[in-house]
Design a protein around this ligand. Structure first.
Ligand code: FE
Ligand code: FE
Ligand code: ZN
Length: 277
């Protein structure tokens, strides 16, 4: 299978613009925010734009596209108002994503804000259980988190607990963020095989649907979450080259979320292609 590599793009110009931008920088996948990352109402989708994009994506071999929920979405919030916003936002996002069948939808599981991880897990699983309806075509991904603040989802066990508490079946997966797992304590530099074996033992490797490919400004186990450009951080180029070439990972789609403009992304994509073996 070919190398699926791309980056986060602005969704301001619509789907077709994202597809053309992706192609212009050598990408064949991309991620975008479903709405302002700080929350708020989503712009209406233009059906003609989606239809044109779907043809273009089929022609150019683009996909899967990865929609990212707003950061403010916190299903584990202590206030009902916060949890209601999370649920209505995810419901609306998933409805819109039915227009682009086969898309992935990634969200940060949430922050328990002092209620404790177990309570957070129960709230997140409760929301997913109410939202995930039979027949939906989008796979919902829990993102691995760095564990800053009271984030739920730093450990594979917490993600497993959420998945176990829903009956979402194979419509729930995991997006592994290399910066987050590193900051969360998993040694993907010294023992990538061991981390993936752990993932498989706890979650089952078939749950893994996407990789956020980022370097990290911080040392392992820092619980920080600050992304660095590829090869410019504490994970480093050699370790990230092993990630994109690992037999367990190489056929997954890779999405860069590094601090770059489009030229920077174009250069990183070219670099990573040169490192594929
Ligand atoms: Fe994220
Ligand atoms: Fe990420
Ligand atoms: Zn991050």
């Amino acid at each position: 299978m070919g190398f699926k590599i791309g980056c986060h793009l602005s969704s301001a110009g619509g789907y077709m613009a994202m597809g053309q931008t992706a192609v212009s920088i050598g990408a064949n996948v991309f991620q975008f925010f479903t709405r302002n990352p700080r929350g708020g109402a989503a712009k209406p989708i233009d059906p003609a734009d989606v239809a044109a994009f779907r043809d273009y994506a089929a022609e150019k071999g683009i996909g899967p596209i990865l929609a990212h929920a707003p950061y403010t979405l916190n299903a584990a919030g202590a206030e009902e108002r916060v949890r209601e916003f999370a649920e209505s936002t995810m419901r609306d996002d998933l409805k819109r994503l039915e227009l682009t069948p086969g898309a992935l939808y990634n969200f940060h599981p949430g922050s328990h804000v002092g209620q404790g991880a177990d309570a957070g897990v129960a709230l997140i699983a409760g929301m997913l259980g109410r939202i995930l309806a039979p027949g939906w075509q989008t796979t919902v991904l829990l993102e691995t988190m760095s564990g800053k603040g009271s984030e739920v989802g730093r450990s594979f066990e917490e993600l497993r607990a959420i998945i176990d508490s829903t009956d979402g079946g194979d419509r729930i997966g995991v997006c592994l963020d290399t910066c987050h797992v590193w900051d969360g304590g998993y040694d993907i530099v010294g023992d990538l095989d061991g981390v993936l074996e752990r993932f498989d033992a706890v979650l089952g490797i078939s749950r893994l649907k996407a990789i956020h490919l980022n370097d990290s400004l911080n040392v392992r186990d820092a619980h920080k979450d600050r992304h660095a450009c590829i090869g410019k951080g504490k994970i480093g180029l050699d370790a990230l080259a092993r990630v994109i070439n690992h037999p367990t990972l190489r056929d997954l789609p890779f999405y860069l979320e590094t601090p770059n403009d489009l030229d920077g992304y174009r250069a990183e994509i070219a670099l990573l292609k040169s490192l594929r073996n």
